[in-house]
Design a protein around this ligand. Structure first.
Ligand SMILES: O=c1ccn([C@@H]2O[C@H](COP(=O)(O)OP(=O)(O)O)[C@@H](O)[C@H]2O)c(=O)[nH]1
Ligand SMILES: [Ca+2]
Length: 406
């Protein structure tokens, strides 16, 4: 309680700036250093009532590509991309609040896949950028996030934004995040059975907003959409790929091209002579997921929130509207995968990987996690104009640890 009061006094000195109605506004800056891009989220909160949680008022969001891991050999250049995003925060946050506004960067799978040495060099350069900024730099402000937190914090974000973490009747929803290099599944088990049947390292207790949630969560490294492309091509974790050609039945027959990921250049192409289409392609992607993921019985029939690449590919194939999102069944992804893979020439103008991506998403959902054909997926990018990203959960967690909220 005392923490809360102290914090409140910090932000609303009763005898100062009485005209400024916004004196109870504060900010939090969270960077998401993902495998395919770096993003800044500047959140604005308003403490309307000292007895209640601060309210989230808005978000400023900007992103750059590629991600930090593409600068594995030029850490200073990588940090420069962070600096340019941070300059936005200088404009967005009023100067008198700079010193009280925390700035944190958490890196995900892209940096997890780099060597320790290269990852640390990048993080060190970013830390310097933060130290030179006028913002509050907490301890551990620049780090690689543990995969289990990535899932949990996204779950917190979605359930907070949909109002499931306040009040009596909490009907939380599970979340599915498909990144470039890793993928996360998180839900609150309802059945005792699930807790019994689940390996211990898939269960984590997490405290937020005065409640403790015992969550099922796991991050599968190497199962993000782009890593899965490499795995399908047989090029993931290859020591030397110099000039080697990787072919797949999921790609247009005549295609031959180059692709850059994680600082490595890959040559890839279609099965010039052999088969192409959904059937052979599905067998290829199946090899990537089959038997590799834990399948909790409980999720088969329950609906999930899905975002990131689930959302992007559903938009690309007109399954949902970019602005609105929508509700899909697992089998909608399969139907689209068949349509695209069996008519690759018609989808030539789109990404050459569209067939492979849709086939992989289908295989991941059905054979990986064990969802039913009719399992419902709520595809969502924003709720009340706030991005459904783990960064909001991470910011609440940060404010909590700084004693700025409880
Ligand atoms: O604020 C964000 C951050 C990421 N993404 C999506 O996340 C995917 C990329 O994943 P990321 O680069 O974060 O890879 P990770 O490090 O999570 O594997 C793409 O679909 C992005 O559109 C998004 O929609 N909003
Ligand atoms: Ca991500």
């Amino acid at each position: 309680h005392s923490n809360r009061e102290m914090w409140f006094q910090n932000f609303l000195p009763p005898n100062m700036c009485p005209i400024n109605a916004k004196a109870n506004t504060f900010y939090g800056i969270m960077f998401d250093a993902g495998s395919t891009g770096t993003r800044i989220h500047i959140y604005t909160f308003v403490q309307k009532n000292p007895e209640k949680l601060p309210e989230l008022e808005g978000e400023i969001f900007e992103s750059v590509k590629p991600g930090l891991s593409a600068y594995a050999d030029q850490p200073e250049k990588g940090a420069e991309t962070v600096k340019r995003l941070l300059d936005m925060a200088i404009d967005a946050v009023p100067p008198h609040l700079w010193k009280k506004t925390p700035v944190v960067l958490k890196a995900t799978a892209g940096l997890r896949l780099l060597s320790e040495e290269k990852a640390q060099a990048l993080l060190l350069e970013v830390k310097e950028v933060f130290e030179e900024s006028p913002f509050l730099v907490p301890e551990d402000s620049v780090s690689i996030m543990d995969g289990s937190y990535e899932g949990i914090l996204a779950w917190i974000t979605v359930n907070f934004l949909t109002g499931q973490l306040s009040g009596q009747n909490q009907h939380t929803v599970g979340t599915l995040d498909l990144g470039g290099a890793s993928t996360q599944i998180t839900f609150l088990p309802r059945f005792e059975e699930t807790l019994k049947e689940t390996p211990g390292d898939f269960l984590t207790s997490f405290e937020m907003f005065n409640s403790t949630y015992k969550l099922y969560t796991h991050s599968y490294l190497g199962f993000g959409l782009k890593a899965a492309r490499l795995a399908t091509l047989g090029a993931l974790n290859m020591e030397a790929v110099d000039g080697q050609m990787f072919r797949s039945s999921c790609l247009p027959k005549q295609l031959e091209a180059e692709w850059h990921f994680g600082g490595v250049t890959y040559r890839y192409g279609g099965n010039k002579e052999g088969e192409t289409g959904f059937k052979p392609c599905y067998l290829e992607v199946l090899k990537v997921v089959k038997g590799k993921l834990h399948q909790p019985d409980e999720i088969r029939g329950s609906s999930f929130y899905a975002f990131s690449y689930y959302y992007d590919r559903a938009v690309d194939t007109n399954l949902i509207d970019y602005e609105q999102g929508g509700v899909l069944e697992v089998k909608d992804f399969e139907r689209k995968a068949k349509e695209v893979c069996d008519n690759m020439q018609r989808y030539n103008s789109a990404s050459p990987f569209l067939c492979m991506d849709l086939a992989y998403i289908t295989a991941l959902l059905k054979e990986g996690f064990g969802f039913r054909d009719n399992t419902l997926l709520q595809l969502t990018k924003k709720v009340n104009n706030i991005e459904t990203s783990w960064t909001l959960g991470a910011t609440f967690h940060l404010l909590q640890s700084l004693g700025m909220t409880y």
